[in-house]
Design a protein around this ligand. Sequence first.
Ligand code: OTU
Length: 625
Amino acid sequence: MANKKNVFEKAFNDRFDEDYKILSDFYCSLYGNKKKTFNELIKIIKGAYKDRKDALKSSDVERTKEQDWFLSEKMIAATLYVDLFADNIKGLKEKINYLKDLGVNYIHFLPVLKTREGKDDGGYAVSSFVEINPKLGTMAEFEDLLDKMREEGMVACVDFVMNHTAKEHEWAKRAWNGEKEYQDMYYMYDSYDIPAEFEKALPEIFPDLAPGNFSYYDEIGKWVFTTFNEYQWDLNYKNPATLNRIVKDLLFLINKGVDVIRLDAVRHIWKEIGTDCSSLPQCNTIVSILKTAVDMVCPGVIFIGEAITNSKYVIEYFGTRYSGCQMMYNVSLMTSLWNSLATRDARYMALCLENTPEIPKGVCWNNYIRCHDDIAYVLEPDEVKKLGFDPFWHEQFLISFYKGDFPGSFSKGAYYAYNETTKNARISGTLASLCGLERALHEDSKADIELSIRRINLLYAVMLAFDGIPLIYSGDEIATLNDYSYKGNSEKSNDSRWLHRTKFDWNRAENKHNMTTPEGAVFQHLKKLINVRKQYPFFRSGLHLKPFDTVSSHVFGGFKKDGDSSFILVANFSEHYVEIDQQSIRNTGFCGSFRDILSDLELNLDIGRLHLKPYQFLWLANTNK
Ligand code: OTU
């Protein structure tokens, strides 16, 4: 044991020495030579290492040997609300086998920390970073769950809402009570002068729910920066004391056994007058300070950044072992998938793929069709223009299509954050309802039910063919429909995201083996995709899918080459039969015999044309596996 401890100690000291200068450079670039707060930070880091339990130190050593553990093709993630999925943490522990059966080995827990009473923005109004939400259980129970997950080789990702705290957080309460030290942790002003300057260039994130970016409190005579809801006070990272306190709480949480930290709303954490306060370079420096601290204490723990914006900004957040994020939401793929389905035109997806700069080695995308939030159609205006569409009107089309208003739309969704002035909106709704199942069931149309299932299957098949970690939004795997009951709950009624934040329907899940039900058909298909994906190393991160021209706008084509193995994805985004000339595949250099690794059917690329059924896709491989 003593020996083992020495190994840990030495490893820590080595990392500490290696990272010290990096940390101090990042810190000085932001705060100048602030010795006192920097020394405090070092103390926090050393303290956190001391508190880290041996079981975790041991897995740290393993992870250092295998830095890219998260890049494996075997990683499959699910994102869920503990209470919606299994009532509480204890319940979740009992239900883990359901996720394992699907093939999931990575769980992203949506906020589990203590939040304010009443409205809490789905857990994103945190009142204590060191306590578990009592409605879900205790920290001891959570730690126990993480231990179990680690034993079973599962990865745990936890949300860390660092842009703001609830106004009921102890720091905010002390600020409210007039303690200057705590007021300095937030953006608080006596008059509207500075807020007015900020507002000149600031957009609104929740224009209908929480207009403006500042809130005024008569009782204390202060304006407070509140990007999101009034009860979420933005933290001021210009003050190094704020950062130190956040590092301390972050390391505390990680020390419970967390593998991945989701940095919520990361593009908002630095603010400057005269800018839109989004994705300023300092955001990245803050993240890098956090990452270096994490690397010292617990190497192997990675960050996923949430920045739902254009890819040129998203890309900037990618870092290395001791800087930036190791995973980012693949906003471009998400938007492309929905765009292709609505337009029956896959050209935009191919263009985006071609023009997104390559991501650095050693990091990966978090691929998703939807998550717990609304869907923002983040189109790349230049690519849209290349196809001859007007970016504004094309976005309006998508919004109207997925809300279900556009003539002929199969979808049923709801506006989120509709902006009267700009006409911009995002869309809420479950995967199944947005893909047409709700409407088809309502109209009792067997043919449309079938088509909607095919759409869901197609989106999953395309997403899982991409490199990166696929993320499944819990409930979507059993084709859960929109739940309108939130409208009757005064704490939720004005936030349409509750339309798809439904209580997990375990009765529905009972049908997961019954292929004659939509839930069974979707679950079994996804399970198959996952299972097949795990068997082929060409699905690992870092091996990108390259688009090729199928000469049909309806059909997306992509390929990868991995030594002697080749993979080709062909996906028909239309509800019609489409025929493509196999010459288009041969043009990329492929010929001869290929096998669809999903259906095991053989295909000879040298003869004939390829006939695709409505929404059909093929995962073609030349390997003998
Ligand atoms: C995130 O999302 C969370 O995912 C949301 O659930 C929270 O409500 C929010 O932060 C506040 O904590 O506005 O509708 O530009 O990119 O950060 C989703 C902001 C959101 C968004 C995103 C935000």
